[in-house]
Design a binder for this molecule. Structure first.
Ligand SMILES: Nc1ncnc2c1ncn2[C@@H]1O[C@H](COP(=O)(O)OP(=O)(O)OP(=O)(O)O)[C@@H](O)[C@H]1O
Length: 322
């Protein structure tokens, strides 16, 4: 099921949360809405779901305008960060909930429901927890159960709002890999909101980079990283340095896109070493360049000859190598 967003705008009082958003999400795609806090990601997701009405524009699923349909009629599944499981129900009953709530003529029998619930719990690899209560689960397990619950009613579209936001870094990483694999398996058109560029880069087929209510760029992770359409996208999608070139000219480069030398070299600028951080295979050197306050971060292999016995306060020569 594809999703078409056409000229969608939304205002809260005088504040423009979304300004003429256009977006095509293909059937089976996993798309990330990425941007800083307050850029309108959640509002857009809620409008796609039917939880919020746009002031202008419309949403179509597979070419069919669904603007007039409410959230229940749109057949979308949700996983929201704070959309808690029902505490007084077991894992099994939580996952069965949506099926049991169906109108009588669509509701499967209890045997069929049990079969379906176990199938879903197997899919999220937590069948062994069926009789537990949410309080007896870890945060990561709870999110996987929330996903199973969302999938129970066989939605045509899955919407996830910072689904792993509240979890610690290691669990987040595991879960996002797991989500990517799961998505490969079930191929459900999915949209997830995140402000974490690493998460978007790692999981999504395509990334929609948003800023202040507009779409800055849409593309595959590699595309938006390698060919950012604006300075905003460049900065947002990874660490970046800005080097003043005089006048109002500047150059942007990534910490690893740098040539470092202990001796003065052609086109290299002198800089004072402010900090040296070994980070495993690479070492990050923070540099202060004359004539600008913003520090430069250079990341080189830990074997780089320029690092031998290097100390803070010394002078290094560097050049952006972009
Ligand atoms: N119901 C509302 N009433 C008033 N303002 C709102 C409402 N919902 C959202 N906003 C405002 O609209 C802007 C966009 O909110 P939204 O939740 O879409 O941003 P976001 O990109 O998802 O940010 P975050 O990552 O912080 O959730 C914010 O400035 C927010 O304060």
């Amino acid at each position: 099921m594809s999703i078409e967003v056409r000229h969608v705008s939304k205002q809260f009082g005088a504040f423009k949360a979304l300004d003429d958003i256009n977006l095509d999400i293909h059937s089976g795609e996993l798309v990330a809405l990425l941007g800083p806090s307050g850029c309108g990601k959640t509002t857009l997701l809620r409008i796609i779901a039917g939880l919020e009405t746009p002031d202008r524009g419309n949403i179509a699923f597979h070419g069919e305008d669904v603007s007039g349909r409410d959230v229940r009629e749109r057949n979308v599944g949700f996983v929201f960060q704070h959309y808690a499981l029902f505490r007084h129900m077991t894992v099994f009953d939580n996952v069965a909930f949506g099926l049991r709530m169906k109108p009588k003529r669509e509701r499967p029998g209890e045997a069929k429901i049990a079969e379906k619930v176990h199938e879903l719990l197997n899919l999220v690899q937590l069948d062994w927890l069926a009789d537990r209560y949410p309080d007896q689960l870890s945060g990561g397990q709870r999110q996987r159960i929330a996903l199973a619950r969302a999938l129970a009613v066989e939605p045509k579209i899955l919407l996830l709002d910072e689904p792993f936001g509240a979890l610690d870094a290691k669990v987040r990483k595991e879960l996002r890999r797991w989500l990517a694999r799961l998505h490969e398996e079930i191929n459900l058109t999915s949209v997830f909101v995140t402000h974490d560029q690493e998460e978007a880069m790692e999981v999504a087929d395509r990334i929609v980079v948003m800023n202040k209510g507009v779409v800055e760029q849409i593309g595959a992770p590699g595309e938006v990283y390698e060919h950012p359409a604006s300075d905003f996208v460049y900065h947002f999608l990874g660490d970046s340095n800005r080097l003043e070139l005089g006048g109002d000219r500047h150059i942007l480069f990534r910490p690893h896109e740098v040539s470092l030398s202990r001796q003065a070299a052609a086109d290299h600028r002198p800089a004072q070493v402010r900090d040296i951080r070994p980070l495993g295979a690479i070492t990050r050197v923070t540099l202060q360049v004359q004539g600008q306050d913003e520090l430069i971060e250079a990341e080189v292999s830990k074997q780089h000859p320029g690092l031998v016995a290097l100390a803070r306060g010394e002078t290094l020569y560097f050049k952006p190598a972009v």
